[in-house]
Design a binder for this molecule. Structure first.
Ligand code: SAM
Length: 281
């Protein structure tokens, strides 16, 4: 069987299994098995598939049919043009989160400064920012040591040297006087009964990366209250949140004394990021 025919059959199986991106999934998995990119696959699709390739592809396909995320099967996902290793210990980086990176870069007007990324996971936000602002110093923290190790590996494989990572329960590892020009976070923000938890990739991701109390607002509210103590005067706090949580986060920021509070929309038009400046008191 040629590679093209293998792909057509695989895409049909994944469509039947309910994948919303069946053809793309099949291409990405086959590229992973072959160790090639998609351009190669489009060029050489008429080549015969080796039996060993078919066997390895079949194994991955069966796991994908059972719903496992492609990024966990291949062990990587692209974010902000960076190829990041992924693991089931933390969230797979989402395109929505690029809205937070773009907003942080907009606020990074000084030539140099410090950025703190809370709940860094793969290091996606920290590394994207660090790659764009080599003169800034970035610190990413996560509660889970596996995520910290993963973020460090990602920094090393990308050759990004202005980002460091350590384990911390939000701000706990920081000295009281430590201050940042920018604090960013994509914290857990789903309510424990959110229907998204039973759908798609989310079913396979750790609850520690997804769910927060108080209808999903507990961590967001905690970060709003606590970040004030670690922001430099006129520093910015930028938070990713659910599409329906913008108003609640704006209110929390305004009540806590932040100024210039505003939200940014993602590519789908949903309010996704809310930010505020800390006047410094
Ligand atoms: C929604 S994921 C975001 C991961 C990554 N920043 C991204 O955008 O792809 C939330 C992350 O927060 C981490 N986390 C949860 N509670 C935490 C806490 N108390 N302190 C630090 N990190 C925490 C989780 O382990 C997880 O990696």
């Amino acid at each position: 069987m040629c590679l093209d025919a293998l792909l057509v059959a695989a895409a049909a199986r994944l469509t039947a299994a309910g994948s919303p991106s069946a053809r793309l999934d099949a291409e990405v998995l086959l590229c992973h098995v072959l160790g090639v990119d998609r351009t190669w696959l489009y060029t050489w699709g008429d080549r015969a598939a080796e039996p060993a390739v078919i066997e390895r592809f079949e194994t991955l396909l069966a796991r994908r049919e059972a719903g496992e995320p492609v990024a966990y099967l291949t062990g990587e996902r692209e974010f902000w043009g960076l190829r990041l290793a992924t693991e089931p210990s933390t969230l797979i980086p989402r395109p929505d989160t690029e809205t937070l990176v773009a907003a942080a870069l907009e606020q990074a007007t000084a030539a140099t400064g410090r950025l703190l990324d809370l709940g860094t996971g793969t290091g996606a936000i920290a590394l994207a920012f660090a790659s764009e602002r080599p003169e800034w110093t970035v610190l990413g923290v996560d509660l889970r040591p596996e995520a910290v190790a993963l973020a460090r590996r990602n920094a090393a494989r990308l050759g990004i040297t202005n980002a460091a990572f350590c384990q911390s329960d939000w701000f706990s590892v920081l000295a009281t006087a430590e201050r940042f020009a920018l604090i960013v976070s994509n914290p857990p923000y789903l309510a424990d009964d959110d229907p998204h938890l039973a759908r798609g990739d989310v079913r396979f991701e750790p609850v520690t990366a997804l769910v927060a109390g108080d209808d999903g607002l507990a961590d967001l509210n905690y970060l709003v209250r606590t970040a004030r103590g670690h922001l430099a005067a006129s520093g910015w706090l930028l938070l990713e949140h659910g599409a329906e949580q913008g108003a609640a986060v704006r209110q929390a920021l305004a009540e806590a004394g932040y100024q210039e509070v505003a939200s940014r929309r993602d590519l789908a038009g949903h309010e996704r990021v809310t930010l505020g400046a800390w006047p410094g008191r």
